[in-house]
Write a protein that binds this ligand. Structure first.
Ligand code: F6P
Length: 556
């Protein structure tokens, strides 16, 4: 185990520890009065405006955070990522999801080899295949066009594609190309999810895309076998070749499963599962639903942010600023959570996706060199679209715990509705809340204000809002495929920035392994008990008792 300096031992970290005590003495109400401060906390890039003036930060904080970035070698680490160095050291892999959206003529190297041509070979194959399915030249075993797609995958092989699909579903341009088609996602091994996803589908018109980086994930493989049986039962085993395709890095296992390798779409071990939505993992199902040109726009959006992330100076660099401010909130204010609050229903699945990107990446206990960390990394990410969230958990955010919030708003709604006679249209109503909530959090409401409003004395403590609760706002000019790509890349890179500063490996996920291996032991026991009536053995009292009860009560 190599030892290296932890970031908390550097002078900029120590300076920030002192500085935060000063900032704690200020109130956002006052900070917001400083127009020069607010002006310099607004950054624009390619249709995206970031306003972080409602962070509990001064201009000096930003300088000090940039010093921290320097001490953590942030710029060098970003460069190493783009250069294809094996920065995921515990898995000995490069981290090159940026290559997935690089233009055809770009060069991105892994082990000295430009990977962009391979990326585009797969994209061209997806374009060709999806066009053939969509125009009916690729048909099912009974000669019918395949209008419905079920994408079977979990975690990174599910959440990203679902987020993008949900965002495009209501985009007029994308949805125009999806007429008469449906895309479903089967993730959970729960038979309820299986039933939900095949109900109403006809195997004759269904294409199943099995998405798994490893092609070993227990849930995905069982679901894939279930759908293979569903197709075989209805159409005969020979139909599988026409109705099942795969996305994986493990083409040997794909073939072993019975899927024609010609119908397998590859990606590479330098793409982490949670960073794989721009690979065939997302591009194939989304191209089948919306057509490749729409998905290409999404890739271009992500690529625009990659360029910005790679080249913009830190003080104008949206992912870097977001990442540094998150480090500020977690490591210095010690806020444990972050709320992701898109004011558009189209981003309904954004928070669940970012939950995995962020929590699987940065929920770590040791440095990249294996040294136990004396500070916390990562935050608890959660969120819901506004205004729904306001009627759910915002009470806690306003008067309970302090949770830094990301407000994400869109200038032009995907689906404007104008109702005559109303004061404002639906989108303006929605956005009224988008603009109001950050100020409510920042300013709060004082007992003096309440007294002036003649609020009864006994209610004043209940109606007081302390304010001084940090948030930031991201305003997008619209929400089309390009913007969805940009938003994705902003958050991916923000997470990387946090991890780079904390000195951890944001690209491995050893923490998911223990539960998987214990489940293997339980799975063996369930099988032995059901088939050979073997007694439950080798577990602690609690697990043995519950397992025995489960076996007894589910055997009839
Ligand atoms: O949850 C652990 C994990 O390994 C994720 O990192 C990954 O996205 C998911 O499982 C699915 O893995 P695969 O694509 O290999 O089926």
């Amino acid at each position: 185990m190599a030892s290296s300096t932890l970031v908390c031992e550097t002078q900029p970290w120590k300076d920030l520890k002192v500085h935060v005590e000063d900032v704690k003495k200020t109130h956002l109400r006052d900070l917001m009065n400083d127009v020069e401060r607010c002006k310099s906390m607004m950054v624009e890039f390619d249709g995206i405006t970031l306003d972080y003036s409602r962070q509990r930060a001064t201009l000096d904080t930003l300088n000090k955070l940039c010093n921290l970035a320097e001490a953590a070698h942030l710029k060098e680490k970003i460069n190493l990522m783009f250069n294809g160095d094996r920065i995921n050291s515990t898995e000995n892999r490069s981290v090159l999801h940026v290559a997935l959206r690089a233009p055809r003529d770009a060069a991105v190297k892994s082990d000295g080899k430009n990977v962009v041509p391979e990326v585009w070979n797969v994209l061209d194959k997806i374009k060709d295949f999806s066009e053939r399915v969509r125009n009916g030249s690729w048909v099912g075993a009974t000669g019918k066009p395949l209008t419905d797609v079920v994408s079977v995958g979990i975690g990174g092989s599910f959440l990203g594609p679902l987020f993008v699909h949900t965002a495009l579903q209501t985009d007029p341009e994308a949805s125009k190309h999806a007429k008469g088609r449906q895309l479903r996602f089967l993730a959970n091994v729960d038979p309820v999810d299986v039933a939900k996803n095949i109900t109403g589908l006809n195997p004759e018109t269904t294409l199943v895309v099995v998405v798994s980086k490893t092609f070993t994930t227990a849930e995905t493989m069982l679901n894939a076998r279930t759908l293979r049986a569903w197709i075989s039962k209805e159409l005969g085993p020979s139909a599988v070749v026409k109705h099942m395709v795969a996305v994986s890095t493990n083409l040997v296992l794909v073939e072993k499963f019975g899927i024609d390798p010609n119908n397998a779409f590859a990606f590479w071990d330098w793409v982490g599962g949670r960073y794989s939505v721009c690979s065939a993992v997302g591009v194939l199902p989304l191209s089948l639903q919306y057509g490749f040109p729409i998905v290409e726009k999404f890739l271009k959006g992500a690529s625009s942010i990659d360029q910005h992330f790679c080249c913009a100076p830190f003080e104008k660099n949206i992912p870097v600023l977001l990442g540094l401010l998150s480090v500020w909130n977690v490591s210095f204010f010690e806020y444990p959570a972050r709320a992701i609050l898109p004011y558009t229903q189209a981003l309904e699945k954004f928070a669940p996706h970012i939950q995995q990107v962020s929590m699987e990446s940065n929920g770590k206990g040791v440095s990249i060199d294996g040294v136990p960390l004396p500070y916390e990394t990562g935050e608890i990410d959660f969120g819901e679209p506004g205004t729904n969230g306001q009627h759910s958990f915002y009470q806690l955010i306003h008067q309970g715990r302090v949770i830094p919030c990301d407000f994400i708003g869109v200038v032009k709604s995907q689906q404007p509705v104008y109702l005559e006679g109303e004061v404002v249209n639906n989108h303006d109503e929605l956005m009224s809340n988008f603009f109001a909530q950050p100020d409510a959090l920042a300013y709060g409401k004082t007992p003096e204000q309440l007294q002036k409003e003649n609020v009864p004395q006994n209610l004043i403590p209940h109606k007081t809002f302390s304010g001084n609760r940090p948030s930031l706002s991201l305003l997008l000019s619209s929400l089309d495929a390009y913007k969805v790509g940009q938003l994705l890349a902003i958050y991916e890179h923000r997470v990387a920035v946090q991890g780079f500063v904390w000195g951890i490996n944001s690209f491995d996920q050893w923490g998911v392994e223990l539960g998987k291996s214990l489940a293997t032991q339980v799975r063996k026991q369930l099988h032995a008990s059901r088939t050979k009536r073997e007694p439950v053995e080798g577990f602690n009292y609690s697990t043995s008792t519950l397992l025995t009860k489960f076996l007894e009560e589910s055997s009839d």
